[in-house]
Ligand binder design. Structure first.
Ligand code: SAJ
Length: 419
C-alpha cells in the first residue's frame, strides 16, 4: 500500500518515518516549503531523540519523500491526517486546518482509500468529516471509502519508543474501516490494538488528557492548602501516595503544552450541558502562574524591594522539563503576568533560542530568580556561587527543583508553605 501523510509536524513526521522504515512508500505532504526542503535533505525540523538517524534512513532508502505539491499525493491507498487542532481566543476549537486537510484528501483520494485522522478532535468530528468527503466526492462512507480516527498518544521526548510500545485505539466509522487500519498499524505497533467506533476513540483520547489535567488541578489545589497550613505539600503528597489506591499528581507553576490545556475544551465543546469540574480544573491550572507571582511579590516585600525596582531572572521557558517546546508554556504566562510590574525580566532556557546566552549573564545583578521549568540541569545548580552574582537573593521555585533552600536566600515555592 502507498501512504500519504498530511502535515509533517510533531506527530506527522515521526509517523511518516515509522511507516517508511516499516517498508511502505510514504509521501509526506506539508505546505511549509522550507520544512519540506529540510526533511528531503534528511534533517528534521523538530527536536526529538533519534529523529535525525531514523529520518536519514527513511530518506536514503527512498521510502519517504516530502512534498508541497498536491499532485504528488493523488491516488494513494491510505491518507493519514496529522494536522493541529488548536483553540481560538474564545476557547472554541479551530478546525480549519483539519477541514482543509480533508478537502485536500478528497481531491486526491480514489475509491477504496482508507482515511485516517490522527489529530485530536472533538467528539463526532470523524463522522462529520466522512460526510464532508461524501459531499465533495459523491463517494459513500464505509462503502466507497474507509475512515478511522487513530489518536496519537505519544509523549514528546519519547515519541519513537511510545509509537511502538503504547497501545493504540482505532475508531472506525464502520468495523471494516477499523480492521483495515489495524492491518496497517500492525506493521510497527507492538502494543495492543483496540478497535471501536470513531466517536468512542475521540472521547477516549480527550478523556486521557482531561484525566491528567483534572488530577493536576487537584494537586495544585492541595498546594494552595499547604500554604494555608504552613506545610510542605510534596512531603504530604509523598505520604498520601504511600496508600495503595492514591496517586496524587505533581503541583507546579501550571499546565502547558499543546494537549492538556486544550483537550478538556474539545471534550465538552459539542455537548449541550455545562461541565463544571472539567472547566474549573482548567481555571485552577491557568491560575497557577499568578500564585507564583504572589510568592515572588511576598518575597520582595520581605526584603523591602518595591517590585518596580526589581530585576527578575526566570529560569526555563519550555512547558516542561528537558523540552524546547514553549507552546502554551506557563513560564511565558508568568513572564507576561509580571512584565509590567517589575523593572526588568530576563529569561534563561538552555533549550530555547532567544533567551540569555548563559545563566551567569541572566543572574548578574538580578534581585530574584524564579524557576519556571524543571529542566534536569537546574536541579544541580550551585546556589551559593550563583548568589554572589546577584544584587539581592530571592529564590522562587515554581517546579520543585530546589529540595533544600540554599543559605542566604529568601526562598518560596509552590506548595512550600513551611517557609
Ligand atoms: N504537569 C504537572 N504536573 C504533573 C504532570 C504534568 O504540572 O503531575 C505539567 C507539565 O509540566 C506540563 C503539562 O503538565 O506543563 C503537560 O505535560 P505532560 O507531561 O503531562 O504531557 P504532554 O502534554 O507532554 O503529553 C500528554 C500525554 N498525555 C498523557 O499523559 C495522558 C501524552 O501521552 C499525549 O500523547 C499528549 O499529551 C498528547 O499529544 O495528547
Amino acid at each position: 500500500a502507498e501512504i500519504a501523510v498530511i502535515g509533517l509536524g510533531y506527530i506527522g513526521l515521526p509517523t511518516a518515518i515509522m511507516f517508511a522504515n516499516a517498508g511502505f512508500k510514504v509521501t509526506g505532504y506539508e505546505i511549509r516549503k522550507d520544512v519540506v526542503e529540510r526533511i528531503n535533505s534528511g534533517k528534521a525540523h523538530i527536536v526529538e531523540p533519534d529523529i535525525d538517524d531514523l529520518l536519514r534512513k527513511a530518506i536514503e532508502s527512498g521510502k519517504l519523500r516530502a512534498t508541497s505539491n498536491p499532485a504528488d499525493i493523488r491516488g494513494k491507498d491510505v491518507y493519514i491526517i496529522c494536522v493541529q487542532t488548536p483553540l481560538r481566543e474564545d476557547r472554541t476549537p479551530n478546525l480549519t486546518y483539519l477541514e482543509s486537510a480533508v478537502e485536500t484528501v478528497a481531491k486526491a483520494m480514489k475509491p477504496g482509500s482508507l482515511i485516517v485522522i490522527e489529530s485530536t478532535i472533538p467528539p463526532l468530528t470523524t463522522v462529520r468529516m466522512a460526510e464532508l468527503i461524501e459531499e465533495l466526492t459523491g463517494l459513500k462512507p464505509g462503502r466507497d471509502f474507509y475512515m478511522v480516527h487513530a489518536p496519537e498518544r505519544v509523549m514528546p521526548g519519547r515519541i519513537f519508543r511510545e509509537l511502538v510500545y503504547n497501545s493504540r485505539i482505532l475508531g472506525g466509522i464502520t468495523p471494516e474501516s477499523a480492521e483495515l487500519a489495524e492491518r496497517l498499524y500492525r506493521s510497527f505497533v507492538k502494543g495492543q490494538i483496540f478497535r471501536t467506533k470513531s466517536t468512542v476513540s475521540e472521547v477516549v483520547k480527550l478523556m486521557e488528557n482531561t484525566f491528567r489535567d483534572v488530577n493536576i488541578a487537584l494537586a495544585n489545589e492541595f498546594a494552595y492548602l499547604a500554604h494555608q497550613y504552613e506545610i510542605n505539600v510534596f512531603e504530604a503528597i509523598e505520604l498520601a501516595n504511600s496508600h495503595p489506591r492514591v496517586k496524587i499528581h505533581v503541583p507546579g507553576i501550571g499546565v502547558g503544552g499543546h494537549c492538556l490545556p486544550k483537550d478538556p475544551h474539545l471534550l465538552v465543546w459539542p455537548a449541550k450541558d455545562d461541565f463544571g469540574l472539567i472547566r474549573l480544573a482548567r481555571e485552577i491550572n491557568d491560575g497557577m502562574p499568578l500564585l507564583v507571582k504572589d510568592l515572588l511579590f511576598e518575597a520582595l516585600r520581605t526584603i523591602n524591594l518595591p517590585p518596580e525596582k526589581a530585576v527578575v531572572a526566570v529560569l526555563g521557558l519550555a512547558y516542561k522539563g528537558d523540552s524546547d517546546d514553549t507552546r502554551n508554556s506557563p513560564a511565558s504566562a508568568f513572564v507576561e503576568a509580571i512584565v509590567d510590574d517589575v523593572a526588568e525580566v530576563r529569561t534563561y532556557d538552555p533549550f530555547v533560542e532567544g533567551t540569555h546566552g548563559s545563566l551567569e549573564e541572566a543572574l548578574r545583578g538580578a534581585d530574584a530568580v524564579v524557576i519556571a521549568t524543571d529542566h534536569t540541569v537546574f536541579k544541580s545548580l550551585d546556589w551559593e556561587t550563583l548568589g554572589k552574582l546577584m544584587r539581592n537573593r530571592v529564590l522562587i521555585d515554581g517546579r520543585r527543583v530546589v529540595e533544600v533552600p540554599p543559605e542566604g536566600f529568601v526562598f518560596k515555592g509552590v506548595g512550600r508553605g513551611e517557609y
